[in-house]
Design a binder for this molecule. Structure first.
Ligand SMILES: *[C@@H]1O[C@H](CO)[C@@H](O)[C@H](O)[C@H]1NC(C)=O
Ligand SMILES: *[C@@H]1O[C@H](CO)[C@@H](O)[C@H](O)[C@H]1NC(C)=O
Ligand SMILES: *[C@@H]1O[C@H](CO)[C@@H](O)[C@H](O)[C@H]1NC(C)=O
Ligand SMILES: *[C@@H]1O[C@H](CO)[C@@H](O)[C@H](O)[C@H]1NC(C)=O
Ligand SMILES: *[C@@H]1O[C@H](CO)[C@@H](O)[C@H](O)[C@H]1NC(C)=O
Length: 289
């Protein structure tokens, strides 16, 4: 009896030592707008190849046209999915979102602050909003940059995901009046959930923001790093914006703890972030511990 107990303790101890060096946390992937989880297959395969044994959840929810559904609806339902996944993995998971999926993922962490996500990687997500129509023409033919606010800043426009994070620097009053998503999760408009929205991010071990100047879809590309246009169309970097200075969602807290990683990778087009394995190896895999 004593012997078997002793043996199992030793076995457990070996497993623990082994896991310290070899076991990777499960990874949850969230695809971008208008695509399916097949778009994330390369990165999924790469993770499984380079980090053997990793369980990768690659959701196919809100793919294709349904990716245009209201952001809150997507955050709510994919948030429940993430909670179900994390319940199975009390040791924590790592979370990676690409493009619109990176903004949805960030909002899930805020709306479900009880999550156990360890590292969160935002792969070229419009974290501070979007003011560019490249690629949107496929979805909204004839959409013009300067008048897009007329569509998006309306009751109807707010039914679309893009409308929820459309951030027109020349129509900020309308943005604050109509946008029912981005100003709230950025705590630019205080709400009864403001505390949670910050708590869900400050608990992260690492918040990794990846973007680059050759993105050509996320506009300005600095939005991937929480930078954005001022009222004159000049890009202001995260560190000089209220969201950071006033620590509205915990970016400054994370930064001071060395947990905010702002990574700029040149030479990558928006549609390549999740397909460029050189980039994945160098900047993503180190955070999938
Ligand atoms: C996409 O999701 C479906 C349904 O959950 C799953 O069966 C399939 O394996 C996923 N595909 C990839 C490439 O991960
Ligand atoms: C997640 O859990 C809830 C409650 O346990 C359940 O109702 C729901 O169907 C689950 N969703 C998935 C995708 O497993
Ligand atoms: C925004 O809402 C306020 C309060 O309802 C209103 O007075 C103002 O005219 C609105 N601004 C715009 C640009 O619609
Ligand atoms: C716009 O630029 C002018 C002149 O450079 C400056 O005085 C003003 O503060 C700027 N406005 C905003 C909103 O940045
Ligand atoms: C892949 O990423 C590297 C940086 O890690 C970059 O230099 C290169 O241009 C990229 N290639 C493509 C095809 O995107």
């Amino acid at each position: 009896m004593l012997k078997t107990k002793m043996e199992s303790i030793i076995a457990c101890w070996f497993l623990l030592i082994f896991c310290e060096t070899h076991c990777y946390k499960p990874v949850v992937l969230l695809h971008g707008i208008m695509t399916y989880n097949t778009s994330m297959e390369l990165i999924k395969n790469r993770i499984e190849e380079k980090h053997p044994g990793t369980i990768v959840y690659n959701t196919n929810r809100y793919s294709g046209w349904s990716s245009l559904e209201n952001m809150w609806e997507q955050v709510q339902n994919m948030g429940y999915d993430l909670m179900n996944i994390t319940q199975k993995h009390p040791e924590g998971v790592n979370f990676l979102g690409y493009s619109q999926g990176a903004l949805i993922a960030r909002a899930i962490l805020q709306a479900f602050p009880e999550h156990n996500v360890h590292n969160f990687i935002s792969l070229s997500g419009p974290q501070a909003g979007q003011y560019g129509t490249a690629f949107l023409h496929i979805i909204f033919p004839g959409l013009a940059l300067k008048s897009a606010f007329e569509l998006f800043y309306s009751r109807v426009g707010q039914h679309t995901s893009v409308g929820n994070y459309w951030n027109d620097p020349y129509h900020q009053e309308l943005y604050y009046n109509y946008s029912d998503f981005l100003p709230y999760i950025n705590n630019a408009i205080p709400s009864e959930r403001s505390y949670d929205f910050k708590a869900g991010l400050v608990k992260l071990n690492n918040l990794v923001l990846i973007g680059g100047p050759q993105d050509n879809v996320i506009t300005p590309w600095e939005s991937a790093h929480f930078g954005y246009y001022d009222g004159n169309g000049t890009v202001i970097n995260m560190g000089e914006r209220d969201i950071y200075i006033d620590d509205k969602i915990g970016l400054k807290t994370l930064d001071l703890l060395g947990k905010l990683k702002t990574i700029t990778v040149p030479g990558i087009n928006h549609f390549m972030w999740h397909k460029n394995m050189t980039m994945v190896d160098e900047f993503v895999l180190p955070y999938l511990d």
